[in-house]
Structure formats: structure tokens, C-alpha cells
Design a protein. Structure first.
Length: 352
């Protein structure tokens, strides 16, 4: 294995500093076509130039999410102190000229900071892993920390397990989480503008069109949300076994917080074994829920049937049995036509 010489190290550092200077120029207030041309010419002089510049850009992007990291904040403050700058003066050309600092020197300083930030972040950076299910599909995901996530139909979940936090984003659908206990790494699920946080527990998160439902099957979870009059998200509720809360989708919470409700654990248990559970649900809600699991939809044609109530447990994917049950339990008529099921009053004539 070749050992790098001092000359190699100096060349490597010089390329990094040059990359940092171009990075600063291209994002500064005086970026221009001539700056961009000079940058392109610099790239062609050495294959390492493009590689180092790409690494610098990646480090910058990675650091955006972690600017509150103590190590990164310390390096930034040291860089500002070295330049004699404070607050919004950082690396502005006006402040550099006012204090007599040459642009090149400060650009190199910026490069050092960016490289340090990239090094610090890279040690703990990991891209989100994406998991998803199609309509009618379910999937059990085993996470590297020992937790599991059971994904329901038509669900998208992103996961990043870090050294100080376990971050998940539920952007679509429904998931049931069994969280491995680790007090040093909170388990946080972002759903819309809300964060559901746990250390060791089991809970369900369901994204509807208009709301986010959180239901706790074991332990305690915190719900954090944007709150009017507060610059940062606040803990608005702590839910324990058997409790639930429905959060309005896209909302910012005001004085009236959502009510704590009873969790529908029977429904959650049912969908995990590919069944669907109704307990005096309206027919309108039942059909909407059943349609989540199938590409072949049920359509309610008579709106005055929507408030009829239905109870029972039905197998997912068995559309014929569901249609038969609707006819027997509610006295409606289910007509299959053009690959869909239409629910009408029993006395309604056949159409077509």
C-alpha cells in the first residue's frame, strides 16, 4: 500500500481549498457567467477537481439537516471568530471589504468549515431507506435496531437509524410499530406535521385524507406538533395503552387541542391478519375503508344508505363474500358491472 507523502497531502488540501473557493463564489451575491466559466475551466484541469467538488457539495447537502449539531456549531463559531465576523456578516463580501479581509482567504476558511462539517456529518449520516406496499399488499419490515414496522395497504415509509435518534417518515398509508427499547435513541415517526415519539412501545399511525390517527397498544407515546404562537413544535399530548388521538391533516394547533379517544385496537389487530373489522360503522365509512385494500372498488349509488350501520369481521380480498354480507346484513343490492361493485337499494332495478 502506498503511503501518501507531504506533497500529496498539500496537493489534496489545495484542491479542497480551491473547491471551497469556487463553491463560495458560485453561491455568492456576485455569481456571474464569468465565474461559472472559470469554474468549468478549473474542473477540466484535473479529474480530482470534479470529484472533490462533488464531495464538497454532498457534504453541504448532508449538513443542512444537522446544522444544530454541537460539533458543527462549534466549528462555525470558530470560523466566524477567526474572520472577525458575527451574525449575518458571515462570508458576505461587504463585510469582508469593510474589515479588509481578502475574499480568497475567507472563501478558503469557508471551505475548511464545509469540509469539517462534511466529515462530522458523514460519521453519523445515513440515507433514508424506503419501504412501500401496493394496494392490497402488506409487509413486515424488520429494522436494524430490533424494532419492526408492519405496513398496511398502499403505504410509504422512510427509515433512518442514527446513533442518537431513530427517524421515520410515514408519508402515505398506515403502519404499526413495535419499538425496541433504547432510551438513548428516541423513536420518532413523522406523519404530516406531527411527530409521534416513543422509546419502547407499540402504536399505530394511520394517514387519512383529512387526518392522522395515532393509537397506542402498549406503553406511552408523545405527540409533538406545530402550535400557534410557538416557533418550535410542542408536545401536545401523551397517550398510553388504549388511548388514541385524531389530528387534522395539515393543521397548526391552537388553543383547543384534539380530544383523547379510545383506540380501536380490534381494527388494528384485524388488518394485521388480513381482515377488516367493523363495529357499528356507517356503510359509507365501511365501503371507504374496504376500498383501501382493493383495486376493484365498491361504489354507493344511493346516498341515503350511507348512514346504515354495519358490524362484523371480513376477509380482505374476498369481494364476493363482502358483497353477499352487505346484502344479507343490510338488505341492499350489490350489482357487479364493468369490473366494479355498485351498492343500491334492494328495490332498485337492474341497470344496463
Amino acid at each position: 500500500m502506498n503511503t501518501p507523502t507531504n506533497f500529496d497531502t498539500e496537493v489534496d488540501n489545495r484542491i479542497k481549498r480551491d473547491a471551497g473557493e469556487w463553491f463560495s463564489k458560485r453561491r455568492g451575491d456576485h455569481a456571474s457567467a464569468s465565474v461559472e466559466q472559470g469554474f468549468r475551466e478549473w474542473l477540466t484541469k484535473n479529474p480530482m477537481h470534479e470529484l472533490v467538488y462533488q464531495q464538497l457539495e454532498l457534504s453541504w447537502e448532508m449538513s443542512r439537516d444537522l446544522l444544530e449539531d454541537d460539533d458543527i456549531k462549534r466549528e462555525l463559531e470558530l470560523a466566524k471568530a477567526a474572520a472577525g465576523l458575527t451574525g449575518e456578516d458571515v462570508l458576505s463580501e461587504e463585510s469582508q471589504a469593510r474589515r479588509g479581509f481578502p475574499l480568497r482567504w475567507l472563501a478558503q476558511c469557508a471551505a475548511v468549515v464545509v469540509i469539517v462539517m462534511g466529515t462530522l456529518v458523514a460519521k453519523d449520516y445515513q440515507a433514508y431507506e424506503r419501504y412501500e406496499t401496493r394496494v392490497g399488499e402488506q409487509r413486515l419490515v424488520r429494522l436494524e435496531d430490533g424494532s419492526t414496522a408492519m405496513l398496511n395497504t398502499n403505504t410509504v415509509l422512510k427509515v433512518r437509524i442514527g446513533s442518537d435518534k431513530r427517524s421515520l417518515v410515514l408519508s402515505q398509508g398506515e403502519a404499526y410499530f413495535k419499538v425496541a427499547k433504547d432510551k438513548s435513541r428516541p423513536f420518532e415517526v413523522m406523519a404530516d406535521r406531527h411527530i409521534v415519539r416513543a422509546v419502547g412501545t407499540e402504536f399505530n399511525v394511520n394517514l387519512h385524507t383529512e387526518e392522522v390517527d395515532v393509537e397506542v397498544a402498549e406503553g406511552i407515546v408523545e405527540i409533538e406538533a406545530e402550535t400557534k404562537g410557538q416557533p418550535d413544535p410542542q408536545v401536545i399530548a401523551r397517550l398510553s395503552l388504549g388511548q388514541a388521538m385524531s389530528l387534522e391533516y395539515g393543521s397548526v394547533n391552537g388553543d383547543a387541542l384534539p380530544a383523547v379517544e379510545k383506540a380501536n385496537l380490534e381494527r388494528i389487530t384485524a388488518w394485521q391478519v388480513r381482515q377488516i373489522y367493523f363495529d357499528a360503522d356507517t356503510l359509507g365509512d365501511a365501503i371507504e375503508e374496504y376500498n383501501r385494500y382493493t383495486e376493484i372498488k365498491f361504489t354507493l349509488l344511493d346516498n341515503d344508505l350511507a348512514q346504515q350501520r354495519i358490524s362484523g369481521v371480513f376477509n380482505l380480498g374476498d369481494r364476493k363474500s363482502f358483497a353477499f354480507a352487505l346484502e344479507q346484513l343490510l338488505g341492499v343490492k350489490v350489482i357487479k358491472k364493468s369490473g366494479e361493485y355498485f351498492v343500491v337499494k334492494a328495490a332498485a332495478p337492474k341497470f344496463g
